[in-house]
Design a protein around this ligand. Sequence first.
Ligand code: SAH
Ligand code: SF4
Ligand code: F3S
Length: 473
Amino acid sequence: MTFEERTAILNQAPTEEPARQFFFIERMKEIIAEKEAEKGRALTACVNTFGCQMNAKDSEKLIGILKQIGYQEQTSEDADFVLYNTCTVREHANVRVYGRLGVLKKYKDENPDMIIALCGCMMQEEEVVAKIKQSYRHVDLIFGTHNIYKLAELLFHRFTEETMQVEIMEKAEQTVENLPAERKFKFKCGVNIMYGCNNFCSYCIVPYVRGRERSRLPEDVLAETKRLAEDGVKEVMLLGQNVNSYAYNFPELLQKVSEIPGIEHVRFMTSHPKDLSDALIETIKNNDKISRHIHLPLQSGSSRILKEMNRHYNKEDYLALAEKIRKEIPDASITTDIIVGFPGETEEDFLDTLDVVKKVCFDSAFTFIYSKRTGTRAASMPDQVPKRVSQERLDRLLKVVAETASTRTGRLVGTVQKALVEEENSKIDGYLTARLSGNSVVHFKGPKELIGCFVNVRLNEAKGFYYIGELEE
Ligand code: SAH
Ligand code: SF4
Ligand code: F3S
């Protein structure tokens, strides 16, 4: 494309969204079709997602745009376009991305037209972008968490300028909705109810890379869910870093979503313990379409550490809340996230964590070794705990979590439970994997036509965090 042609196109582009993006989607369709004709084959794209449900949801939007402009999706990374949607919540996530960029370099040596792109949370950090610009020159395109909707426009620049493109926005200027999205599963889907986070837990980088909290209007959430239901979705998961601080009444939204025709089951993530309301407990209790699962990150059982973490609850508050949930909704599972080795954590603090784990008897827990994140308050705290001590605490914690989890899973053995069949079992031939309302999974023999259906399964055997069962007629 000549400079004049390019300028003419840029001058024609509408300034308002989403019209502008639809315009660039059309231009990219032409460019991809041309490349295909040149190569005599289809162009392929691979999106690799790191991190949490928010990123998974963003990737569905990114894949939607890529398919629309003509790429064929594939899972292996020897593709014409490879995009990493990155996470930076712990250092380990970053290390993995750098390692894999080395591997991508080899693919690019074989296919010089290959385009390598990076987006997501890690790209919102200045040092990361500086390092990539300097040491990973084979990367073609970098964008952040606030401009994923602009993928077609950014690609247009990459294809017509042929230089490394970097666009990071400091904060979300607007939320652009109604662009194409590609669902990973036909029958279930995540729905954002809010973006960002205002809590500034002292260890956590999410508020810095995802920006301030923004709640979507209930009518927008309901309209999106209705469209999804009409398109065959039976289960939705409402997503937010802290759904309890949703600006427009979360329990009411949950109730309304569950009433949409076609929606059979509603999940939600994540609940911050500091503001989980009685109204929410009441809503879940009275509505069996709402998942019997509350993910309630504890982080630490020590009141002193919780204060340092800026979590706004103490050990007793957490125990009282868990007890209330167990009493009001006895069939609900409670899962959690725990960090060991936060700066200044003593053996005594850690014993408080173990104590809470035993008392609450978690159904399962994600456990992490504290990872120092540049720019957060905890990064400059004294008494960083040595790796050896954290590792030893993590090992002890894992043992206790395994015990509580098997006590909890054990209680359902012999019962028949409703579950949504998600996929074929990857390990045992002829077996399917389904998810119970409480979020644990059961493997059982059955035909793959059942994928996407709710079935009744008898839970015959508990194996720690999962079950082996059989289909009930
Ligand atoms: N918004 C959610 C959590 C999002 S991050 C909440 O508040 O519960 C997911 C989990 O990663 C957190 O719950 C925490 O346990 C863990 N995490 C976050 N920052 C971390 C860090 N610096 N080191 C180790 N684990 C961390
Ligand atoms: Fe991070 Fe805390 Fe926000 Fe969760 S609530 S995303 S842990 S700052
Ligand atoms: Fe990671 Fe970003 Fe989620 S840092 S945990 S992908 S919000």
